[in-house]
Design a protein around this ligand. Structure first.
Ligand code: FMN
Length: 198
């Protein structure tokens, strides 16, 4: 498989990465998805279980349907109290034009085989690999955690070809950014202890 040219060092990509919520209509090259998945599966994996599996959705109609279903679900009271949307997010949800996938052309689902040790942790590590590799290729990404409840409904999983032993862990949109988002802030690292030999 051809490996795409990486234009940043890993550290530069870590510092440059930010969640992208505005995408151009430019399609991904044929090589992009295989390269991103190759980066994902190089993540550390507990007991070498490699619990991940991937779903790639590049059908705008299906993405819109999933977004609409997720918005309805997020706004209904059947959704658990703990995950109630914030007021700002609720205002977005009631906007008919709002798409929870920000009109990105590609959604990658990292699914975890739930029978394996630490499978969810492995999948998040794979997600970070994928996101950083995408950043180094000049692509934007954003994790869409609010899509997880709808994506894990049995009927939706069946429609997407996800068998019952898999859980959708990390829904990640990918595409070419249409603008450069402001870098989000971070607090300084909180070091609780720094224990050294005398
Ligand atoms: C587990 C997880 C779930 C997230 N879910 C969403 C989401 O549903 N929608 C969204 O716009 N951003 C989502 N994000 C992106 C965060 O809002 C973003 O990472 C955070 O605001 C920091 O900004 P940055 O990624 O640009 O540094 C999610 C991030 C994580 C780690």
């Amino acid at each position: 498989m051809a490996v795409l040219e990486v234009e940043m060092s890993l550290y530069e990509a870590i510092l440059a990465r930010r969640s992208v919520r505005s995408y151009s209509t430019q399609k991904l090259d044929k090589e992009t998805i295989p390269s991103l998945l190759e980066a994902a599966i190089r993540a550390p994996t507990a007991m070498h279980g490699e619990p991940w599996a991937f779903v790639i959705i590049q059908d705008k109609k299906i993405l819109k349907e999933l977004s609409d279903q997720a918005k309805t679900m997020l706004m209904t009271s059947t959704y658990s109290d703990q995950q109630q949307p914030s007021v700002k997010f609720f205002e977005q949800l009631i906007n008919q034009d709002f798409n929870i996938f920000y009109n990105a052309g590609t959604l990658i689902l990292i699914c975890s085989n739930t029978n394996l040790t630490a499978s969810e942790a492995d999948c998040w590590l794979a997600a970070e690999n994928l996101i950083l590799a995408a950043c180094a290729m000049g692509l934007g990404t954003c994790i869409i955690g609010c899509a997880s409840p709808i994506l894990n409904l049995a009927e939706v999983k069946t429609k997407l070809g996800i068998s019952s032993e898999f859980t959708v862990v990390a829904p990640i949109i990918v595409g070419y950014p249409s603008d450069t988002p402001v870098r989000s802030s971070r607090k300084h690292p909180r070091v609780l202890a720094n224990i050294q030999t005398n």
